[in-house]
Design a binder for this molecule. Structure first.
Ligand code: FES
Length: 124
C-alpha cells in the first residue's frame, strides 16, 4: 500500500456511501475491461441535482477509494457537472495513482455517467 496516497488509503479503509440503495432513480454497473473489476452506482436525483450516490464495488483498493471519493464529492452537484467529471480529475482528487493503477479510476467516472444516462432514459 506504500505507493498509495493518504487519501486513497483513507477512503479504502473508511469507505463512504458504500451499500445498496432502495429504488434508485438511476443506476448502472460497469466492468473494467483491463482487470474485470466491477462497480455499481445508484443515484438519488432531486431536480437536476444528485442528492445521494451509493455504490457497490468489487475491485482493488484504488477502485474502492475512487468509488468512495466520487460518491462524497458529487453530492449536490448538477447532473451536467457530474457528467463532466473525468477519470483524470478523480485520480487527481485522490492524490494520484501509481502508473499501473491509473486504469482503476475509469470505473467511477464511467459508472456515474451511465447511471445518469439511465436516469435520463427513465425520465425521458
Ligand atoms: S485493478 Fe481493477 S479497477 Fe483496479
Amino acid at each position: 500500500m506504500a505507493a498509495y496516497s493518504d487519501t486513497v488509503i483513507d477512503h479504502f479503509e473508511n469507505p463512504r456511501n458504500a451499500g445498496e440503495m432502495d429504488t434508485p432513480d438511476g443506476e448502472a454497473t460497469v466492468r473494467n475491461p483491463v482487470c474485470g473489476d466491477r462497480m455499481q452506482v445508484m443515484l438519488r436525483i432531486d431536480g437536476e441535482r444528485i442528492a445521494k450516490m451509493q455504490w457497490l464495488t468489487r475491485g482493488c483498493p484504488p477502485a474502492i477509494a475512487t468509488s468512495s471519493w466520487t460518491s462524497e464529492h458529487v453530492e449536490g452537484w448538477t447532473l451536467a457537472e457530474a457528467e463532466a467529471l473525468t477519470r483524470e480529475a478523480i485520480a487527481e482528487g485522490i492524490g494520484g495513482l501509481p502508473k499501473d493503477k491509473v486504469h482503476c479510476s475509469v470505473l467511477a467516472a464511467d459508472a456515474l455517467r451511465r447511471a445518469i444516462a439511465d436516469y435520463r432514459t427513465r425520465t425521458g
